[in-house]
Design a protein around this ligand. Structure first.
Ligand code: NDP
Length: 246
């Protein structure tokens, strides 16, 4: 993992779950991490924990649904650490419910966070990465980006969109020395399940929560993609708990 050391990595959604685990793992491997989310109290605690172990970290209050927040995040990260080598597009929400429940506000929030948030972050880092002729954009999709289930329409649509955007981006930036990676986790132990409000969705995902992988399992996959040499691009990783059938 020597190639992780010295890199600056922006992680969106770093206040819990996969983003938090990734921040800890990458900082322990010698990366400087710029941590973005809305819950700044959680980010501040994480920065203090990383710094107490000798790591480099900063927190930036960021709502990924606001483009200006992503631009400011990159400006702050460059001001503090000099450059941005890696973006981990991880912030996401999953307010699952059947379409006929008409949670239109939830659809809007899911699209704004999971698709537009990813695009805004790409927009914020891409000019700098092209100018420096290197970079790595990692986007967290999901098994729901590969499979479609009733009750997951909008979430699955956003996670399919993440894969589409990342693959098109890959083709566009190969000549610029920029790598792109899609990470598609199956069930992972995070707050995502706790935030479900629809009882049918809670019932449907209860068994998935029981077999869910630790968030650090996904963080290891992210670290693997970053740690490979510059001429190697890990385009896509799909990770399920061994016991997850669908
Ligand atoms: P968590 O709920 O633990 O983490 C989600 C993170 O996203 C939080 O840090 C949250 O921070 C952040 N976030 C949400 N909305 C915004 C916003 N508008 N602006 C900035 N940050 C935001 O869940 P996970 O760790 O599981 O989720 C991380 C990613 O992994 C998501 O994209 C999710 O879809 C994906 N995933 C998760 C799976 C699982 O089983 N857990 C499986 C497959 C994919 P805050 O609220 O502080 O802003």
């Amino acid at each position: 993992m020597g190639i992780i050391a010295g890199k600056t990595v922006i992680i969106t959604g770093a206040s819990s779950g996969i983003g938090e685990a990734t921040a800890i793992r990458l900082a322990e491997s010698g990366a400087a991490v710029a941590l973005a989310a809305r819950r700044t109290d959680r980010l501040d605690t994480l920065v203090a924990a990383i710094e107490s172990r000798g790591g480099k970290a900063m927190a930036v209050a960021t709502d990924v649904t606001r483009r200006a927040d992503l631009d400011a995040l990159v400006t702050h990260a460059v001001a503090r650490f000099g450059t941005v080598d890696v973006l981990v597009n991880n912030a996401g929400i999953m307010p699952l419910s059947r379409l006929d429940l008409l949670d239109v506000d939830g659809w809007d929030r899911t699209i704004d966070t999971n698709i537009k948030g990813v695009l805004y972050a790409i927009a914020a880092v891409l000019p700098g990465m092209k100018a420096q002729r290197s970079g790595h954009i990692i986007s967290i999709s999901s098994v729901a980006g590969h499979r479609i289930n009733g009750g997951s329409a909008v979430y699955a649509a956003t996670k399919h969109a993440v894969r589409v955007i990342s693959e098109a981006l890959r083709q566009e930036v190969t000549a610029d020395g920029i790598r792109t990676t899609i990470i598609s986790p199956g069930a992972t132990q995070t707050e995502l399940f706790d935030k479900l409000t629809d009882p049918a969705a809670q019932r449907r995902l209860a068994s998935a929560a029981e077999i869910a992988l630790p968030a650090d399992t996904v963080a290891r996959a992210i670290a693997y993609a970053i740690g490979e040499p510059a001429e190697v691009d890990i385009n896509e990783i799909l990770i399920r708990p061994q016991a997850q059938e669908s």
